[in-house]
Design a protein around this ligand. Structure first.
Ligand code: SF4
Length: 401
């Protein structure tokens, strides 16, 4: 099948669901298993990729691949190589393709990253999570600060495009504590940082502990102070926020995640993976956004793929209104915001999905900024302010019909 390099971008997400242990704050689809056959899972991932490729209306070159989890750095490099080769065979690669693998910062995994590089991975996102041993212990992480720094040093030899994740706003963390951690991280002169506030998610060990009366994270006001500090320090260091939790040099923004936030097309494979892509987009009245979700259980997913070629257990078909809502919800996470005019071109008249009076109110409240057309006085572009990005769910509920 011919491959075209025309827009929109097409991304591929691969979920590797296995971890060595379960962290108490984690609500990802991750499972502690030692008995699975990695090669068998690799073969099944390729099978499901081929199945999903056939669902697309057209075949396009991939612009990004992301190995997430779980812990992809536990994958054998040969399995990573096989999946990348299969993706190139069935889709083709755009010349600037970004291929990311998430990794934990242990010494063993850091060494394996060199083999990932030779298998085709060109970006690494390391789950460092903290540069404070007490917080790492609280978060139930396997590594300590010394091991994380040493792993970072090893991985830098192979990868220029390197990001680390840090978690902040843990109970008792002061502005000073966080400033120290951020300064240490910035001293590495990395091109990208992902900085997440600790949130307590249902189904996690932390959730149970919180319900039993423990305080595990900062209250909203203190967390907002740390968020504000984060914006200042990272901007001054040349890594401004480009999304709520993501900071990078302009040339190092994560292309794969940018595609999600721009409501682009992506295929998701592996246990518990989600995908979304648009078909029949030429005429907005016929537009359909297909959503897929696969079985979460690794064993159940494997069995389904081996039997039917895919592990999809939920498929949705959204129309133009739902697609407009997705574009606004995802796009307002970005500091650049969204083009209302562009959404109208794809999804039809704004009156069907946007409440202009509520938009005006949110602008007056200081949560949104706008550009407006001189001719019509209507809002053409919308972006959330720093204050607005902290209460995005509320604003979105306000402004969408
Ligand atoms: S290593 Fe990552 S995916 Fe695995 S349990 Fe911990 S936070 Fe979750």
């Amino acid at each position: 099948m011919p491959v075209s390099d025309t827009n929109p971008d097409l991304a591929l997400y691969i979920h590797w669901p296995f971890c060595r242990q379960k962290c108490p704050y984690c609500d990802f689809n991750s499972h502690v298993r030692t008995t699975h056959d990695s090669a068998e899972f690799g073969t099944a991932l390729c099978l499901e990729m081929s199945y999903m490729a056939k669902m697309l209306a057209d075949r396009r070159a991939l612009t990004s691949i992301f190995f997430g989890g779980g812990t992809p750095s536990l994958m054998p490099p040969a399995v990573i190589g096989k999946i990348i080769a299969h993706a190139e065979k069935i889709f083709g690669f755009a010349p600037t393709i970004e291929i990311t693998a998430e990794a934990n910062p242990t010494s063993v995994e850091a060494k394996i990253m060199t083999e990932f590089y030779h298998a085709g991975v060109n970006r690494v996102s390391m789950g460092v999570q903290s540069l404070d041993n007490d917080i790492l212990k609280f978060l139930g992480r396997e590594h300590d600060v010394a091991e994380a720094l040493s792993a970072l040093d090893t991985v830098r030899h192979s990868f220029d495009n390197l990001s680390i994740d840090l978690i902040y706003a843990t109970a008792g963390q002061t502005l000073n504590d966080w400033q120290n951690t951020l300064s240490q991280a910035l001293a590495f002169d990395l091109p990208h940082l992902s900085l997440y506030q600790l949130t307590i998610e249902p189904g996690t060990v932390f959730y149970t502990r919180q319900r039993n009366g423990e305080t595990l994270n900062l209250d909203d006001d203190h967390a907002a102070d740390l968020f504000e500090l984060t914006q200042h320090i990272t901007a001054a260091a040349g890594l401004p926020a480009y999304e709520i939790s993501n900071h990078g040099k302009p040339t190092a923004q994560c292309q794969h995640n940018m595609n999600y936030w721009r409501a682009g097309d992506w295929i998701g494979i592996g246990p518990g993976a989600h995908g979304r892509f648009t078909i029949a987009a030429d005429e907005y009245k016929n537009l359909q956004r297909v959503g897929t979700a696969t079985r979460r259980s690794p064993a159940g997913w494997l069995q389904s793929v081996q039997k039917t070629g895919h592990g999809i257990d939920n498929r949705t078909h959204d129309g133009a209104d739902a697609f407009a809502a997705e574009m606004i919800m995802m796009g307002l996470r970005l500091t650049t915001g969204v083009s209302i005019q562009q959404i109208e071109t794809i999804c039809g008249p704004r009156g069907e999905w946007l409440d202009d009076a509520a938009v005006t109110q949110a602008i007056e409240d200081g949560w949104l900024d706008r550009n407006q057309s001189n001719d019509s006085g209507m809002v053409t572009d919308l972006r959330a302010t720093d204050a607005g990005r902290l209460r995005l769910n509320h604003i979105i509920a306000m402004i969408l019909r």
